[in-house]
Design a binder for this molecule. Structure first.
Ligand code: HEM
Ligand code: HEM
Length: 495
C-alpha cells in the first residue's frame, strides 16, 4: 500500500486530537462545522414551549410536551463545565434528571487516503437519564426512555464555539420519579446544576462518572404554556426566556471542601511530611523530630481517611468500597497506625531498658519494610486517587513531584551514608596514628576486650554482618542515652 507524503502531512497537520473542549477548534474546522450544522430547518419549530435562561452562566433549557406525557427539550451550557443537568422537582432527592457531558471524541479532521475524502470528527455529547436519591451522584436508569433528538434548528448534539448543545425526547416521562412533572402546573419546579470545571467524564457511557457540582439552582416553568395535544415535537433551543422564573436571587455556589481537602491532606502527608520525618532520622539523627513529623503525618492520614469515607458515600464509583484506591488507602491507613504504635513502643522500651524492644525485630520491620512500602504505595495511591476522582490531569503535576521527591530523598540518604562511611574509615586508618581525642569533647569508645562493647557482652555472631541500623540499636552503652531534645554535641559514631 502506497501512502503519499502529502496525505501523511495533511492527516497530522489537521488532526487537533483534543479530548477537552476548552481548547478551541481551528478556523478551518469551524468553517466546516458551521457549514455542516447550519442546515435549514426540516420541521417547524412552532410548538408551544418554555425557555429558562441563566445568562450569567450561559445556561439555557427549552422544553415542550404533549398531553401523552412525552417531552422534548434542548439545553446548552459552556463546555468548560464538567457536565450540566436539569432535574424535576425542587431538590435532588426523588428527581428525574437529564445529565449531559462531552463524550470524549477528539475534535479534528482526517484525510482518508484510501477514499481520498476528508473525514470530520465531531466532538459529541452524551445525554444520560438519571434518578437521584438525595445528596449523592444520581444513578443512571435504563427504565427512562430518553433518547437524543434532532432539533429543527441549531447545533445537533455536539460541541460548538465553546458550548455543548444537546436535545432529547423522553416518552411517558411525567411520573417516572417521585418528583413528578405536572403538565397542568403553572409553576412546575425544576433544578439545574453545572459540574465542576476540569472534571470531564469524557465518555459515551450513560453512567459516566460525575464529580459534584460547582453550581446549582432552582426555577419554575408554566407547563400549561408548553404542552400541546399530541404528536412529535423536537424542539430547538430558544434564546429568549419564556414562561420560566428563577427561584432565589441567583444560582448557588457549592463549596465542596471535602474533596480538595482529602487530596490536600493526603498529598501533604505523603509528599512532604513523611519524607521530612524520614530525613530527620536518617540525616539529622533526631528521633524526636522524626516522631513529631510522623505523628503529624498520622493525624493528616486519619483526617484524610475520614474525608475519604465521606466521599465514598457520594459517588456511584465509590459507594461499594471496591475500588483499588479505597482498598489500598484503607490498608495504608491501618499500616500507618501500626507504624506509629510500633515506633512508639520501641522508643518507650528503649528509653526504659536501654535495648531494643523484642531484639529489634519490630523496629527493623518499621524501618526497612513497612516504612518504605507505606511511603511508596501511598505516593502511588494518590495518583490512582486523581484518576478515580475524574481529575487525571492533576497527575501531570503530581507525578513529577512525587518522582523528584523519591529520587531526591534517596540521593540525600545515599550521599550522606557514603560520606559517613568514608569518615568512619578514616578514623580507623592506622596511618593516622594513635587514637586522637574525640572532637566536641567526646570520649573514644573503650576497646572491645573480653568484657565486650562498653562493658556488655559482645554482639552475637549473627549480628556480625548485620546492617548499621540494627547493630546500632543492639550495642548500646550502659549509661543513659542522651535526651531526645538535647542539642547534639558531636556526630554519632558510624558503625
Ligand atoms: C456527582 C453528582 C452529585 C453530587 C455528589 C451531589 C451532591 C450534592 C450535595 C452534597 C448537596 C448538598 C449541598 C449543600 O448542602 O450545600 C447537593 C445539593 C443540590 N444538588 Fe446535587 N449532587 C450531584 C448532582 C446533582 C445534579 C445532577 C443536580 C441537578 C440536576 C443537582 C442539584 C442539586 C440541587 C438543586 C441541590 C440543592 C437542593 C437539595 O438540597 O437537594 N445535583 N448535591
Ligand atoms: C481510608 C482510605 C481512603 C478512602 C476511603 C479514600 C476515598 C477516596 C474517594 C472516594 C475518592 C474519590 C473522590 C472523587 O471521586 O471525587 C478519593 C480521591 C482521592 N484520594 Fe483517597 N481515599 C483514601 C485514602 C487515600 C490515600 C492514602 C491517599 C494518598 C496517599 C489518597 C489520595 C487521594 C487523592 C489525591 C484523591 C483525588 C481527590 C481529588 O481529585 O479531589 N486517598 N479518595
Amino acid at each position: 500500500m502506497k501512502l503519499p507524503w502529502s496525505c501523511l502531512v495533511l492527516t497530522v497537520g489537521l488532526w487537533s486530537g483534543t479530548r477537552y473542549p476548552d481548547i478551541g477548534p481551528s478556523s478551518v474546522w469551524l468553517t466546516l462545522v458551521t457549514a455542516f450544522t447550519a442546515a435549514e430547518s426540516l420541521t417547524n419549530d412552532t410548538s408551544p414551549s418554555d425557555t429558562f435562561i441563566y445568562a450569567d452562566k450561559n445556561f439555557t433549557f427549552t422544553i415542550t410536551a404533549n398531553a401523552n406525557g412525552d417531552i422534548w427539550f434542548s439545553m446548552a451550557a459552556p463546555a468548560t463545565y464538567g457536565w450540566f443537568a436539569v432535574g424535576t422537582g425542587s431538590r435532588m432527592a426523588g428527581s428525574l434528571m437529564f445529565v449531559a457531558y462531552g463524550d470524549g471524541t477528539p475534535t479534528g479532521m482526517h484525510w482518508n487516503c484510501q477514499s481520498n475524502t476528508m473525514l470530520i470528527h465531531l466532538p459529541g455529547v452524551t445525554l444520560s437519564p438519571r434518578l437521584s436519591n438525595g445528596h449523592s451522584e444520581p444513578t443512571y436508569s435504563d427504565k427512562i426512555k430518553l433518547s437524543k433528538a434532532n432539533p429543527p434548528r441549531g447545533p445537533i448534539n455536539m460541541y460548538q464555539d465553546g458550548m455543548y448543545y444537546v436535545s432529547g425526547s423522553c416518552r411517558g416521562c411525567t411520573h417516572l420519579a417521585p418528583n413528578t412533572l405536572d403538565l397542568t402546573s403553572t409553576a412546575q419546579p425544576f433544578i439545574f446544576a453545572l459540574g465542576e470545571e476540569g472534571r470531564y467524564p469524557a465518555t459515551t457511557s450513560l453512567d459516566g462518572p460525575l464529580r459534584r457540582h460547582a453550581y446549582y439552582g432552582y426555577f419554575t416553568m408554566d407547563m400549561t404554556k408548553a404542552t400541546d395535544g399530541g404528536g412529535d415535537d423536537p424542539i430547538s433551543l430558544h434564546n429568549v426566556n419564556a414562561n420560566a422564573v428563577l427561584i432565589g436571587k441567583s444560582i448557588v455556589t457549592d463549596h465542596d471542601i471535602c474533596d480538595p481537602g482529602h487530596a490536600f491532606v493526603m498529598v501533604l502527608a505523603w509528599l512532604i511530611i513523611f519524607p521530612l520525618g524520614i530525613l530527620s532520622l536518617r540525616i539529622l539523627k533526631n528521633v524526636k523530630l522524626h516522631m513529631m513529623f510522623q505523628t503529624i503525618g498520622l493525624i493528616l492520614g486519619i483526617i484524610g481517611a475520614a474525608t475519604g469515607f465521606y466521599l465514598t458515600t457520594l459517588y456511584n464509583r465509590s459507594k461499594h468500597f471496591n475500588s483499588a484506591h479505597q482498598i489500598i488507602g484503607l490498608l495504608l491507613v491501618i499500616a500507618l497506625i501500626g507504624q506509629w504504635v510500633g515506633g512508639f513502643l520501641h522508643h518507650r522500651y528503649y528509653v526504659r531498658n536501654q535495648r531494643p524492644w523484642m531484639n529489634g525485630q519490630p523496629i527493623k520491620g518499621h524501618k526497612l519494610v513497612l516504612g518504605p512500602v507505606v511511603l511508596v504505595v501511598g505516593l502511588v495511591n494518590a495518583a490512582i486517587g486523581f484518576n478515580f476522582a475524574v481529575a487525571h490531569q492533576w497527575n501531570y503535576i503530581y507525578v513529577p513531584f512525587a518522582i523528584v521527591m523519591i529520587i531526591a530523598s534517596t540521593a540525600i540518604i545515599f550521599v550522606r551514608d557514603i560520606i559517613a562511611r568514608r569518615l568512619a574509615g578514616r578514623k580507623q586508618n592506622p596511618i593516622i596514628g594513635p587514637p586522637q581525642p574525640m572532637p566536641f569533647g567526646g570520649q573514644p569508645p573503650p576497646p572491645a576486650g573480653p568484657g565486650g562493647f562498653y562493658g556488655r557482652d559482645p554482639a552475637p555472631p549473627s549480628l556480625a554482618a548485620s546492617t548499621r541500623s540494627d547493630i546500632a540499636l543492639d550495642r548500646l552503652p550502659s549509661h543513659d542515652p542522651p535526651s531526645y531534645d538535647a542539642e547534639p554535641v558531636k556526630p554519632r559514631d558510624m558503625i
